[in-house]
Design a protein around this ligand. Structure first.
Ligand SMILES: *Cc1c(COP(=O)(O)O)cnc(C)c1O
Length: 221
């Protein structure tokens, strides 16, 4: 199916409050333009260099999201270009984002990434690490970042029960952090969970943002 049909299909099955992030990593400018021309304006990339290059080649009203592992030395390039960084998982990274945002007199929206999958290789915090980050003196000094919620990736498996369990865990983490740190902060409201094969499951478990690549663009090249 064409990119535009895929987008229309997904938009027709997800609720209006869920934001669709079209994950365009490894996809060509032509394919991304196809999505853009079909009216889609929100794209996600997981590599700094690729985001920088696509940002320069594509229309300026695109809302870019950074969803991959972010190295501190790349933060300065990314900060001016993105609407939201989904993948914050350390105080060090948060401080670097804050520093670059401060220089530009902007506030950068971030999600805390949690490790919910069983695989070792996936990045992310656990609940206790997040609590100590949010309680730290360092964190309280950061005025140029805004934590808007949480992000996580489920285990790569066909077993829907495992994925559902991991999504429930992320939702529970969100709820606990909301109550403990952000009860009066309306910005803390996002749960970024669900990809091509499990976005409906993610939405059932409370997702507010889904990150969908191959179901829109086809296989990555
Ligand atoms: C690649 C990627 C996605 C999209 O994966 P698909 O299976 O192609 O939908 C979502 N989130 C992150 C963090 C990714 O790296």
């Amino acid at each position: 199916m064409a990119v535009s049909e895929n987008i229309n299909h997904i938009n027709s099955v997800i609720p209006a409050h869920v934001k669709l992030i079209a994950v365009s990593k490894n996809q060509s400018i032509e394919k991304i333009s196809e999505a853009y021309n079909a009216g889609h304006k929100i794209f996600g990339e997981n590599k700094a260099q690729e985001l920088i290059s696509k940002h320069s080649l594509l229309p300026s009203d695109i809302e870019w999201h950074f969803i991959g592992h972010l190295q501190t030395n790349k933060v300065k390039y990314i900060v001016p270009l993105v609407k939201l960084i989904h993948s914050v998982e350390s105080t060090k990274l948060l401080k670097e984002i804050n520093k670059e945002a401060h220089k530009r007199n902007i506030v950068v929206n971030c999600l805390l990434q949690f490790h919910i999958a069983t695989e070792e290789s996936k990045y992310g915090l656990d609940y206790e690490e997040a609590v100590s980050l949010l309680n730290s003196h360092d964190y309280k000094q950061l005025n140029n970042i805004r934590i808007c919620g949480v992000m996580g990736m489920a285990t790569f498996t066909d077993n829907a029960d495992i994925i559902r369990q991991e999504f429930k865990e992320l939702k529970a983490i969100f709820d606990m952090l909301k109550e403990r740190f952000y009860a009066t902060d309306e910005s803390f409201k996002e749960i970024s969970m669900g990809m091509s094969d499990d976005y409906l499951l993610g939405i059932k478990e409370g997702s507010t943002m889904i990150r969908v690549g191959t179901a829109i663009f086809g296989k990555r090249v």
